[in-house]
Design a protein around this ligand. Structure first.
Ligand SMILES: [Zn+2]
Ligand SMILES: [Zn+2]
Length: 176
């Protein structure tokens, strides 16, 4: 997702790219891209600064935190990035005036900007901390491991399960 800055003209540049999922490394063990990444938007140049505004769509296979089944999670997000040149004498970060909290700041080298890391950040930030396959996912039986969304086992269930045990279960799974 690299753009030549010289191709961004006075009036800006509209773009639409479809990045093959195989070419995109998400660096996340819990989620796997299952759809190509569609990014469309507009690049505008203002002096040395390049502003990218657009939207992103893709899909991933993720694992439900509660019942551990894999399911598809669709990502749709707004991409907003400010690119400024990386210079030897650029101001330290704490002196740079941030225009807005929700605009990501990136640097570019020489004549090209690269959207890849912003896109990766946006995808990863779109994933909630606790990912549930359905809002009222019944989870796994803590006794026998049955997926309670699919069938009810013969074990005794008191209430809706102890949340502390669920946390332990998650920790155990992380250690696998
Ligand atoms: Zn679930
Ligand atoms: Zn059971």
């Amino acid at each position: 997702m690299i753009f030549d800055i010289e191709k961004i003209y006075e009036e800006g540049l509209d773009f639409e790219v479809l990045e093959a999922k195989e070419r995109f490394n998400l660096d996340s063990p819990d989620s796997v891209l299952t759809e190509d990444i569609k990014v469309q938007g507009r690049l505008e140049k203002s002096g040395q600064t390049i502003l990218c505004q657009g939207s992103l769509e893709t899909g991933l296979t993720v694992t439900c935190t509660r019942c551990l089944s894999d399911f598809t999670f669709l990502v749709k997000g707004d991409l907003k990035v400010h690119f400024t040149p990386r210079e030897e004498n650029s101001k330290p970060a704490d002196e740079v005036e941030l225009t807005s909290q929700d605009i990501e700041q990136e640097f570019y080298n020489e004549s090209q900007i690269d959207l890849s890391s912003s896109v990766r950040d946006l995808i990863l930030l779109s994933l909630p901390q606790v990912i549930l396959c359905q809002e009222d996912c019944a989870g796994l039986c803590l006794e026998c491991g049955t997926n309670l969304n699919k069938k009810i086992c013969a074990c005794k269930h008191e209430g809706s399960g102890d949340p502390r045990l669920a946390v332990l279960q998650q920790l155990k799974d992380k250690l696998k």
